[in-house]
Design a protein around this ligand. Structure first.
Ligand SMILES: [Zn+2]
Length: 200
Protein backbone atom coordinates (compact mmCIF):
# COMPACT_ATOMS: atom_id res chain seq x y z
CA UNK A 1 0.00 0.00 0.00
CA UNK A 2 1.28 3.48 -0.81
CA UNK A 3 1.72 6.01 1.99
CA UNK A 4 -1.43 8.13 1.88
CA UNK A 5 -0.60 10.43 4.77
CA UNK A 6 -1.72 13.98 4.05
CA UNK A 7 0.70 16.58 5.42
CA UNK A 8 -0.39 20.20 5.57
CA UNK A 9 2.26 22.85 6.15
CA UNK A 10 1.03 26.32 7.10
CA UNK A 11 2.95 29.46 8.10
CA UNK A 12 3.28 30.20 11.85
CA UNK A 13 1.67 33.60 11.44
CA UNK A 14 -1.77 31.99 11.38
CA UNK A 15 -2.66 33.81 8.18
CA UNK A 16 -3.85 30.54 6.64
CA UNK A 17 -6.67 28.49 8.10
CA UNK A 18 -5.63 24.83 7.60
CA UNK A 19 -9.21 23.63 7.39
CA UNK A 20 -10.07 26.16 4.72
CA UNK A 21 -6.87 25.35 2.84
CA UNK A 22 -7.78 21.66 2.85
CA UNK A 23 -11.36 22.18 1.72
CA UNK A 24 -10.17 24.40 -1.13
CA UNK A 25 -7.97 21.51 -2.31
CA UNK A 26 -10.43 18.72 -1.60
CA UNK A 27 -11.07 17.79 -5.23
CA UNK A 28 -7.36 17.53 -5.92
CA UNK A 29 -6.77 15.54 -2.70
CA UNK A 30 -9.47 12.98 -3.45
CA UNK A 31 -8.32 12.60 -7.07
CA UNK A 32 -4.74 12.07 -5.92
CA UNK A 33 -5.82 9.59 -3.25
CA UNK A 34 -7.80 7.65 -5.82
CA UNK A 35 -4.78 7.54 -8.12
CA UNK A 36 -2.43 6.37 -5.36
CA UNK A 37 -4.80 3.61 -4.31
CA UNK A 38 -5.15 2.49 -7.93
CA UNK A 39 -1.39 1.98 -8.37
CA UNK A 40 -0.55 -1.68 -8.94
CA UNK A 41 2.88 -3.15 -8.33
CA UNK A 42 4.13 -5.78 -10.78
CA UNK A 43 5.89 -7.88 -8.17
CA UNK A 44 4.68 -8.26 -4.60
CA UNK A 45 5.76 -10.71 -1.91
CA UNK A 46 3.14 -13.28 -2.80
CA UNK A 47 1.89 -12.22 -6.23
CA UNK A 48 3.15 -11.24 -9.64
CA UNK A 49 1.40 -9.47 -12.52
CA UNK A 50 1.39 -11.24 -15.87
CA UNK A 51 -0.65 -10.03 -18.84
CA UNK A 52 -2.38 -7.55 -16.54
CA UNK A 53 -3.67 -10.17 -14.07
CA UNK A 54 -2.13 -11.28 -10.83
CA UNK A 55 -0.86 -14.79 -10.29
CA UNK A 56 -0.42 -15.85 -6.67
CA UNK A 57 3.04 -17.26 -6.05
CA UNK A 58 3.12 -20.75 -4.56
CA UNK A 59 6.59 -21.74 -3.39
CA UNK A 60 7.56 -25.42 -3.18
CA UNK A 61 10.94 -26.48 -1.85
CA UNK A 62 12.66 -28.69 -4.40
CA UNK A 63 16.09 -29.56 -5.75
CA UNK A 64 14.83 -29.16 -9.32
CA UNK A 65 14.29 -25.51 -10.12
CA UNK A 66 11.21 -24.97 -12.23
CA UNK A 67 8.56 -22.33 -12.68
CA UNK A 68 5.06 -23.49 -13.63
CA UNK A 69 2.42 -20.87 -14.50
CA UNK A 70 -1.13 -22.14 -14.03
CA UNK A 71 -3.36 -19.50 -15.59
CA UNK A 72 -6.62 -21.37 -14.99
CA UNK A 73 -5.94 -21.41 -11.24
CA UNK A 74 -4.34 -17.95 -11.33
CA UNK A 75 -1.14 -19.12 -9.71
CA UNK A 76 2.54 -19.50 -10.34
CA UNK A 77 4.25 -22.51 -8.82
CA UNK A 78 7.91 -21.82 -8.07
CA UNK A 79 9.99 -24.87 -7.22
CA UNK A 80 13.45 -24.08 -5.93
CA UNK A 81 15.89 -24.93 -3.16
CA UNK A 82 15.30 -21.60 -1.48
CA UNK A 83 12.56 -18.96 -1.55
CA UNK A 84 15.16 -16.28 -2.28
CA UNK A 85 15.52 -17.81 -5.78
CA UNK A 86 11.94 -16.76 -6.58
CA UNK A 87 12.68 -13.30 -7.94
CA UNK A 88 15.55 -14.46 -10.12
CA UNK A 89 13.40 -17.22 -11.62
CA UNK A 90 10.56 -14.79 -12.33
CA UNK A 91 13.05 -12.36 -13.85
CA UNK A 92 14.34 -15.01 -16.27
CA UNK A 93 10.80 -16.04 -17.18
CA UNK A 94 9.85 -12.40 -17.84
CA UNK A 95 12.89 -11.82 -20.06
CA UNK A 96 12.09 -14.92 -22.13
CA UNK A 97 8.39 -14.07 -22.49
CA UNK A 98 8.95 -10.34 -23.12
CA UNK A 99 11.56 -11.12 -25.79
CA UNK A 100 9.22 -13.48 -27.65
CA UNK A 101 6.44 -10.88 -27.39
CA UNK A 102 8.40 -7.90 -28.75
CA UNK A 103 9.84 -9.87 -31.66
CA UNK A 104 6.35 -11.06 -32.64
CA UNK A 105 4.56 -7.74 -32.04
CA UNK A 106 7.14 -5.48 -33.69
CA UNK A 107 7.06 -7.59 -36.86
CA UNK A 108 3.26 -7.43 -36.82
CA UNK A 109 2.98 -3.67 -36.11
CA UNK A 110 5.99 -2.27 -37.98
CA UNK A 111 4.43 -2.61 -41.48
CA UNK A 112 1.21 -0.96 -40.21
CA UNK A 113 3.21 1.95 -38.76
CA UNK A 114 5.30 2.10 -41.94
CA UNK A 115 8.43 1.72 -39.85
CA UNK A 116 11.41 -0.60 -40.07
CA UNK A 117 13.51 -0.83 -36.92
CA UNK A 118 17.15 -1.86 -37.28
CA UNK A 119 16.83 -4.21 -34.30
CA UNK A 120 14.64 -5.20 -31.37
CA UNK A 121 15.61 -6.41 -27.92
CA UNK A 122 14.62 -6.65 -24.27
CA UNK A 123 16.78 -5.13 -21.56
CA UNK A 124 16.84 -4.41 -17.86
CA UNK A 125 15.93 -0.77 -18.26
CA UNK A 126 13.93 1.57 -16.05
CA UNK A 127 11.73 2.80 -18.91
CA UNK A 128 9.10 0.72 -20.72
CA UNK A 129 10.93 1.23 -23.96
CA UNK A 130 13.33 3.39 -25.88
CA UNK A 131 14.50 4.02 -29.39
CA UNK A 132 18.06 4.83 -30.46
CA UNK A 133 19.08 7.25 -33.21
CA UNK A 134 20.11 4.22 -35.26
CA UNK A 135 16.54 2.91 -35.12
CA UNK A 136 17.02 0.16 -32.58
CA UNK A 137 14.08 -0.50 -30.23
CA UNK A 138 14.65 -1.73 -26.69
CA UNK A 139 11.89 -2.77 -24.34
CA UNK A 140 11.68 -3.40 -20.62
CA UNK A 141 12.08 -6.99 -19.45
CA UNK A 142 8.86 -6.45 -17.46
CA UNK A 143 6.74 -5.64 -20.52
CA UNK A 144 5.04 -9.05 -20.44
CA UNK A 145 3.46 -8.18 -17.07
CA UNK A 146 1.27 -5.52 -18.67
CA UNK A 147 -2.25 -6.00 -20.06
CA UNK A 148 -2.28 -6.48 -23.85
CA UNK A 149 -3.52 -2.96 -24.60
CA UNK A 150 -0.64 -1.42 -22.64
CA UNK A 151 2.02 -3.70 -24.11
CA UNK A 152 0.69 -2.73 -27.54
CA UNK A 153 0.76 0.96 -26.62
CA UNK A 154 4.46 0.71 -25.70
CA UNK A 155 5.22 -0.98 -29.05
CA UNK A 156 3.25 1.67 -30.99
CA UNK A 157 5.03 4.43 -29.05
CA UNK A 158 8.52 3.15 -29.87
CA UNK A 159 7.65 2.43 -33.51
CA UNK A 160 6.37 6.00 -33.85
CA UNK A 161 9.77 7.26 -32.67
CA UNK A 162 11.21 5.85 -35.89
CA UNK A 163 9.27 8.64 -37.65
CA UNK A 164 9.51 11.38 -35.00
CA UNK A 165 12.31 11.12 -32.47
CA UNK A 166 10.96 13.51 -29.81
CA UNK A 167 7.58 13.81 -28.04
CA UNK A 168 6.42 16.83 -30.04
CA UNK A 169 2.94 17.50 -31.43
CA UNK A 170 4.05 15.76 -34.63
CA UNK A 171 4.89 12.66 -32.58
CA UNK A 172 1.50 12.63 -30.86
CA UNK A 173 -0.25 13.09 -34.19
CA UNK A 174 1.62 10.17 -35.72
CA UNK A 175 0.97 8.00 -32.65
CA UNK A 176 -2.75 8.78 -32.67
CA UNK A 177 -2.98 7.40 -36.22
CA UNK A 178 -1.97 3.90 -35.08
CA UNK A 179 -3.18 4.13 -31.48
CA UNK A 180 -6.07 6.63 -31.29
CA UNK A 181 -6.67 6.24 -27.52
CA UNK A 182 -2.99 6.54 -26.60
CA UNK A 183 -3.66 9.17 -23.91
CA UNK A 184 -5.98 6.84 -22.02
CA UNK A 185 -3.42 4.05 -22.29
CA UNK A 186 -0.64 6.35 -21.03
CA UNK A 187 -2.82 7.14 -18.05
CA UNK A 188 -3.36 3.42 -17.35
CA UNK A 189 0.34 2.75 -17.71
CA UNK A 190 1.12 5.43 -15.12
CA UNK A 191 -0.78 3.34 -12.59
CA UNK A 192 1.50 0.35 -12.96
CA UNK A 193 4.58 0.22 -10.81
CA UNK A 194 7.47 -1.78 -12.29
CA UNK A 195 9.68 -3.85 -10.05
CA UNK A 196 12.90 -1.99 -9.33
CA UNK A 197 15.97 -4.15 -9.44
CA UNK A 198 18.38 -3.63 -6.57
CA UNK A 199 21.36 -1.55 -7.64
CA UNK A 200 24.47 -3.73 -7.76
ZN1 LIG B 1 9.03 8.17 -26.22
Amino acid sequence: MPDTTLMVVVPRSGSIDPEKAISAKLDWISAELERMNAVKAILGDDKVMFGGSYLSIAFEKSGNEILIPDFTKGRLVVRATDISRRREMIRRWFIKESSAYVVRKVSEFAPIAGASPSGVDVREIAKWGYCTRTGRLSFSWQLIALPDRLKEYVVWHELTHLHVFDHSAAFRKALSKVCPDFKQREHELDLILPYKLPVS
